[in-house]
Ligand binder design. Structure first.
Ligand code: RB5
Length: 144
């Protein structure tokens, strides 16, 4: 299960991603928002991250205007490793090396075509483990 969510500035991009997941037959939970009415991104970040920390979703996608604010909020939540990406290499390697569990995208930064490509590579790339596990563990230590 993939949890998706956005604020108003990421709503349109989240909708494009939702349709993309729908077309690919990937199960998702849409945590909102559901209209373009203004909503605060930290609230939306928590909704998606709660799905992950509760074990109901394995990965999450969050969209705001830049992708930055919502990633900052998500990264305050224990167990969340959120990566704001707008390029293919970062979206791939943040799974391989950081075991990122949330991809953050900027609806005012990138278009739906690139965003869907980033979602695809993020969702399909496994964590490499090995020496990267040690470093991810060190990130977890910083949460204490
Ligand atoms: C909302 O206007 C905007 O500030 C928000 O979507 C995001 O870009 C924050 O980082």
């Amino acid at each position: 299960m993939i949890a998706i969510g956005s604020d108003h500035a990421g709503f349109e991009l989240k909708e494009a991603i939702r349709l993309h997941l729908e077309e690919k037959g990937i199960a998702y939970q849409d945590c909102g928002c559901y209209t373009a009415d203004s909503v605060d991104y930290p609230i939306q970040a928590k909704k998606v991250c709660d799905e992950i920390t509760a074990g109901r979703a394995q990965l999450g996608i969050l969209c705001c205007g830049t992708g930055v604010g919502i990633s900052m909020a998500a990264n305050k939540i224990k167990g969340i490793r959120a990566a704001c990406c707008s390029d293919y290499f970062s979206a791939k390697y943040t799974r391989m090396h950081n075991d990122a569990n949330v991809l953050c995208l900027g609806g005012r930064v990138i278009g739906a075509g690139l965003a869907c490509e980033l979602v695809d590579i993020f969702l399909s790339t496994p964590f490499e483990g090995g020496r990267h596990q040690r470093r991810v563990n060190q990130i977890s230590e910083l949460e204490k």
